[in-house]
Design a protein. Sequence first.
Length: 142
Amino acid sequence: MAQIQRDYYRLRWRFDFADKPTKYGLWNLASKNPSDQACYVDKTGLVRASIEGENVRTYELKTFFECDGHDYVTCKGEAFVRVSNILGFNGKHQPRVNISGVSFITRDKRVTVHCNGDVESRDLTEEEKKFKLEEHTLGSGR
């Protein structure tokens, strides 16, 4: 019996603006440089925020989620770490972080796009809606 091969996507954020060029995140958030992170992008004039994926086999580009710029709040990477049972974790080995998805927080939802193309959405609790993020004090226009 043939095994079904699931698609796998490299993910990134994308910001489209009314009066300046589109800004893109690096695939799978592959940078520790603050200038490459969504939170450091000035959101003044943000028209649309989206999560895009590139199929690693076909290179097809797909938009998995988009929201109006005024609804966007922040972007978060979803990640996991595998620690070998054989080596154990004794502080000598730095575990490798693997990106498993990208989440957008909007005014009322958390939407997560996973690297396999699955999209999950849930409503934010009232407590989660009390945004206190540095992102909104860094020239984000809010």
